[in-house]
Design a protein around this ligand. Structure first.
Ligand code: SF4
Length: 354
């Protein structure tokens, strides 16, 4: 008689982010959102300190740089966004809309490790009305062309949504903009508060997904694959335009099977009738020399392959270039992913491979 397969306990849901330490800019408390978040901090008994500026958090606890980094990832700063000039965000959108900076996730390859440098703490901006007014100006300047705003360039805003509620407001603001569109990408599944938001089809939500191997080895402190997919199903059912970003696409032993399984798992998990207007964005793994040295310090045991001798150097427009896969490998990754995607999702669009 066959031995009964022991039933696996269902893993616990990935918890919502609760910071261990909070810094507050006094000016932030003059905004309703700042006052509300601060009230929640006090009610929750989270230790807090006042700070003169969200750009100058100098006294983080921790003896070593690594300890401080880990604590920073669990530190929330409630601030006011003073710079209301938006950065460009090619190729996925025209502009990055700044509602938060920093992330509690620990993805080894994350580019925020270098772009945020010594400021890896999580900042949320409470002057959302001013940020939305700035967005309105950008939209008007480009009319009648559409202007797309990416809300996840410097953070993972879904992971912060239970604290800020900013995405919901932004979604409803963009629903009323004939020429404005919002998009964001996430590795978190905390989307329930967005499901009944009035979106008017103007917000595209994308989930960042990857093979089992990549998620297991390189994406600690984010929602599990199954949670992201369940959330994607809810987003599709709520009528939002939906997409997936597969990034970073990594070459490892068994990558063909890993990525084939990923696409098959997506197809199994989505509504049987399919998702209209589904998009994919494909980004191969790349790193700079600076990123490599930061990652090796922060995640000294990472299995992330960053051997510059195995890579192709791609010149950067603004200074430091990046190491990508050599053309032959990049081509193989692109072809395999493309074939798998169109085999399972014949109506989908691949926006880009980079
Ligand atoms: S979830 Fe996204 S923003 Fe956060 S650490 Fe991972 S890659 Fe970076």
């Amino acid at each position: 008689m066959a031995t009964p397969v022991k039933e696996r306990a269902k893993p616990r849901p990935t918890a919502e982010f609760t910071p261990e330490l909070v810094y507050v800019e006094p000016g932030a408390l003059e905004y309703p959102k700042g006052a509300e978040i601060f009230a929640w901090v006090k009610e929750s008994g989270i230790p807090y300190r006042m700070t003169t500026s969200h750009n100058r958090i100098t006294n983080l606890p921790g003896e070593t740089e690594l300890e401080q980094y880990k604590i920073a990832k669990r530190t929330l700063v409630i601030g006011v966004r003073k710079t209301l000039t938006f950065d460009q965000s090619k190729p996925s959108a025209e502009y990055a809309i700044p509602i938060a900076t920093g992330c509690m996730g620990h993805c080894h390859y994350c580019y925020l490790q270098t772009t945020l440098g010594a400021k890896p703490y999580v900042r949320v901006y409470v002057n959302l009305d001013e940020i939305m007014e700035a967005a309105r100006g950008y939209i008007q300047a480009r009319e009648p062309e559409l202007t797309r705003f990416e809300a996840a360039c410097t953070s993972d805003p879904v992971g912060l949504e239970p604290i800020t509620g900013s995405l919901r407001q932004l979604i409803e603001f963009m629903a009323d903009q004939e020429h404005g569109r919002l998009r964001f990408v996430t590795k978190f599944h905390h989307v329930d508060s967005l499901l009944d938001a009035r979106h008017n089809g103007h917000t595209r939500i994308r989930f960042s997904v990857n093979s089992h191997y990549v998620i297991k080895h390189f994406e600690p402190a984010t929602s599990r694959f199954a949670e992201r997919i369940e959330a994607a199903g809810k987003i599709a059912a709520a009528g939002y335009p939906l997409g997936f970003i597969i990034a970073p696409i990594i070459w490892y032993d068994g990558w063909q099977d890993g990525y084939a399984e990923l696409i098959a798992a997506l197809a199994r998990s989505l509504p049987p009738g399919g998702v209209p207007n589904l998009t994919f964005e494909l980004i191969q793994h790349r790193f700079t020399k600076t990123a490599k040295s930061v990652i090796e310090r922060r995640y000294p045991r990472t299995k992330l392959e960053m051997d510059i001798d195995k890579r192709k150097y791609k010149w950067g427009r603004w200074g430091q270039g990046k190491y990508v896969y050599p053309d032959e490998q990049a081509h193989a990754l692109r072809m395999h992913l493309t074939e798998q995607i169109f085999a399972h999702f014949p109506g989908a669009t691949i926006d880009y491979f980079t």
